[in-house]
Ligand binder design. Sequence first.
Ligand code: ZN
Length: 503
Amino acid sequence: MTARDSYRQLTEHMKDHWMLWSASFLAEWDQETYMPAGGGESRSRMLGMLARLSHEMSTDPKVDDWLSECESSDLAAGDTIEAANIRGLRRLYDRRTKLPKEFVEKEAELKSKARQTWVEARKKSDFSLFAPYLERTLDLQREKADLYGYEHEAYDALIDEFEPGATAVEIERVFQSLLPELVSLNAELRDAPRHPDIGILKRPYNVTKQRLFAEIVVDAIGYDFNEGRIDEVAHPFCTSFGPGDHRICTRYYPEDLAEGLTGAVHEAGHALYDMGLNREEYGLPCGDAMSLGLHESQSRLWENQVGRSRGFWEYFFPQAQRMFRDSLQEVTLEDFYHAMNYSAPSFIRVEADEATYNLHIMLRFDIERALIRGDLQVADIPGEWNKRFKDYFGLEVDRDSNGCLQDVHWSIGCFGYFPTYCLGNLYSAQFYAKANEELPGLESDFAHGDFCRLLKWLRENIHIHGSRYRSAELCRRVTGKPLSHQPLIDYLRSKYREIYGIG
Ligand code: ZN
């Protein structure tokens, strides 16, 4: 058998394996949207079965044999699509086979108990309830990192799950430059001479009309309803079942225009990435998203750089005004645009605006890295959290449910996940700055309702590559530079200073 034959068999097998994933995504989508309550039990059995089958297929010893054949041939050399698929599938195979069955079972059991306890602890705002479970979770995370193996520090092996190839030291380099700049920008905004009137967005907005308006907006930016649909759920998300089927789930609030709309645009940004992936490679690394950070860079770019820009609202505000006459009749474009960019420090990460969001992430990154290293003890988390919160935001945390107990991530063993949110923001700013350099007058396209040039640029430079290049390398290829804090801080500073009347 030639290496070429092995590659063909390997990729056919892995494409079939991906069908099982697609089936489980479909079952999960249905669970979140239309499944009657009574379907819960059989649905978990279905999902369990699909997960087991997919694990069996992806850890089949034949996969290892095919990969070894390919790796000892020319196919694995250079930066071709084949070579990238071989590297990506090797990574997947190794990660799936390095954890013994007993470990996986132990982890699943702890995860479920720790999550339940966290829900209880958050409700009572009592960290001491959650602490013993977090201790055990950390022990398992360290053990997991050892099983995966790492070069510098255990935390790297954990980030690799979400952001392949990223390291704590590299992330720290960018975060440390960003942190003081953001703290000082936020202090400027607090003392600014002018503050947007957020009340404009918190009036009655008919939900049926909001639905229609969101559809008009996502259609205009390029979301293809022939290959997608929008449904409503408690926690918005985007999911793809394969080429030609990319669904958005969002949520609308009767007294808030921004939440529902920006949520829909955010999820449409994720979907546009999936719609732009290489269809030929579907089921293989080159036909799949690179990382969580890169995925988030696309959703944030559409939500923030585009969806909160003046040009965007020059086009859409008159339509919004016609649609929501009662609430927007007296409002000017300028006041509306300012309200869309309102910023204020707050306790809860998921409610944070563009100027404060990344501070929430940096705080979590430092704490979870110190926990994995053993430099910070679990009992000391609330104290450390609250001290940093005061330094970054100027606010005293009143209770742990508003502080270190607010996120689900640690209870389900997701360490190394948080930085991907901030990486997404950093990549989105760096990509967007480059797009503006290569496509002058981009924002005036938006003012005419034209988003084609930007989408085409993103498709050609980012989406089509899937996982062909790691995020850091893709960033260098697209922008000519390594990831930096500068484009993000430049973007935030110039937009917010102008809106807040500073300088
Ligand atoms: Zn997202």
